[in-house]
Structure formats: C-alpha cells, structure tokens
Design a protein around this ligand. Structure first.
Ligand code: ZN
Length: 328
C-alpha cells in the first residue's frame, strides 16, 4: 500500500504536459471509496508554496503542514464542514476538533487569528498525520511521477516538470481543485448547494489580515504608497497592504510580494497586474529588505526569495490571463 511508504522516489523525470494533465485529471476526479479531501488540500498546499521551493524544488513538511492545517481549520471550525472522509472521521478533523473544544475556541476564529503556540501544536500533529495518510497516498495516485518524499528528512521534492506545469496552469489547477473539493465536501456534508460551497472553498487558504506584514513594512520603510508615492498618514482605512501580483493568482502571502499602498491605488488596482516598470521597483525594494538580515523575522520571511521568482511570477500571471496592466 503506497500510503504506508516512508520514502518515495521519483519514478520518472521527463513528463510532457499532456501526461501531467492526464494524471491530474484522474487524481482530482477519482471517486474511489477511500477518497478523502486530503489530496485536494495537499494540492492546494503545494500551490500555496510553489514559490517557496529551494533550488532543488524541495519543500519541507513544516511548510506544507502549515498550509494544510490552515485549510482544514478554516473548513472544519470556521465553516463547520466536518465530514472530510467517507466512513470513519478523518484524523485531521479529530485533531482540530479536540484542540478547539479543549480551548473553547469559537467558530468565528480563523486559523491565523489563533494563538501561535496553538498553531504550532496543531501543525505538529497534522504533520504526523500527513506522514501516515497523505504523502504516500497522493504519491501512489500520481504513480510516483509528481514528487519524491522522505519522512526522515521531512522533505517533499517536486518533479521539475510538474513544478513548471503548476506554474504554467496555476489558475486552472486552482479552479479545478476547488471545484472537485467542493463537490466532494457537498457529498459528505449536508449543505445547500455547490455554489455556496465553492465560495467557501475558494477562500479557505486566504489570510484574514495582513497586519503583521504591514507592521514589518512600516518598520523598515517610509509610510508611502508604493505606487503613487503619496504619504500614508495612518488615518483610518488609508494604509493598505497590497499583493503586487494579485492574490487570486499567487494564492499566498509572501512579504516579497506585498507592498504598502494608499486606499485609492489599492481599490483601483484591485485584481490587476501593475505595469512592468513597477517590477523593477519591487525588486529594488526586496533588495533593501534582504539587507535587513540582522532581523531574524526578515531572514525567515525572505527565505528562498530570488529576484527571478518575482519576475517568473509576473510572467506566469500574464500567461494565466492577468493581462490587463494597471498604472496609478
Ligand atoms: Zn497610491
């Protein structure tokens, strides 16, 4: 049984887009009896960490478990969609429900609002469950072609071809995954309709607040709008943290993709890509951030950042249909 594996090696390196699509389609839509929402959550976690890989296309179990836990916390606690599995209760549900009950956490509380020590404890437990039930299972479903994994090193290494495929078709993959995940959750829970669920599933990876990033940026930079240079006086609802490459594409919050912006620029930019010359500005800005290495928070937040990543992200978002450029 592949889910019992402790190590999985890559069975094939060279895959065409067509082969990858075929495997993806089967994995996402399979209706096997044992199917659970785990595979969708893992795909979503991989997408969220796509730009955090190191030069060997590796991700740590900690990175993945953090995204995975956030997704389930928001589904189970915040949206009260408990049934994630056919038959017996999924282990990750038990872990999360237990901690929620123990600390009497109200359901309004989304993952990034809960106490950090509790986050860490949850992530640690979920990481163990992922070793037992998740990595091996998806590895088997993808016939060992998408990634290698090692429980001892706690590392997942993406196939380079799959990494580039995921970048190329990121938007489609996200939409497909959300759709199939919502369909399965609808089958397992008594909920009104798939339209209702899709909206919830689309937002489960989203952070509620970018305040911690705002604090860091305000600490190191002048309180100016990144786009129009207007001074941000700190008046109510004036200072925003904007995703330079839109969140709906990048599906994650990395400080190297976040800038301070005024209310006017933030709302007029909305889901659009800034004009290309801003790419140079953000690269310069990130250089400055990289120079703050004496601050451990920055070192951590800028881990695995390279200029080529944000350039790549910019180009991939155009390929994925973000082709209306915005300028203030
Ligand atoms: Zn502005």
């Amino acid at each position: 049984m592949s889910h019992k594996l402790k190590v999985g090696e890559l069975k094939e390196f060279y895959l065409t887009d067509e082969e990858i699509w075929r495997i993806f389609t089967v994995v996402l839509s399979s209706k096997s009896v044992k199917s659970s929402t785990y595979k969708y959550a893992l795909v979503k976690s991989l997408i969220e960490n796509l730009y955090q890989v190191n030069d060997q296309f590796e991700l740590t179990y900690d990175q993945l478990a953090f995204s995975f836990t956030k997704i389930y916390w928001n589904l189970i606690v915040h949206h009260q969609l408990i049934h994630q599995n056919r038959g017996k209760t999924a282990r990750v549900v038990t872990i999360i429900k237990e901690e929620q009950t123990k600390h009497s956490i109200p359901s309004e509380m989304i993952f990034d609002k809960i106490d950090e020590t509790l986050q860490v404890r949850l992530v640690r437990q979920v990481k163990t469950t992922m070793k037992e039930n998740v990595y091996g299972a998806l590895y088997g479903d993808t016939r060992g072609k998408f990634y290698a994994f090692d429980h001892k090193q706690e590392v997942l290494k993406l196939n380079a071809a799959v990494h580039s495929f995921m970048l190329n078709y990121q938007r489609l993959i996200v939409n497909l995954t959300n759709y199939h995940m919502a369909t399965m959750i609808e089958e397992l829970n008594e909920v009104p309709s798939i339209n209702y669920l899709l909206g919830k599933v689309e937002s489960i990876a989203r952070r509620s607040s970018l305040r911690p990033f705002e604090k860091v940026l305000l600490h190191y930079f002048n309180a100016d709008c990144f786009y129009c240079s207007k001074t941000l006086t700190g008046a109510k609802r004036e200072t925003h943290v904007d995703h330079f490459i839109p969140w709906s594409f990048v599906q994650s919050d990395h400080i190297w993709n976040l800038v301070l912006s005024c209310n006017k620029c933030n709302s007029s930019k909305s889901d659009k890509l800034p004009k290309r010359n801003y790419l140079e500005y953000i690269i310069e800005r990130n250089d400055e951030l990289n120079d703050k290495k004496e601050d451990a928070t920055i070192t951590n937040l800028m881990k695995n950042y390279k200029h080529k990543k944000i350039i790549m992200l910019y180009d991939y978002s155009i390929k994925n249909g973000f082709d209306t450029v915005w300028t203030p």
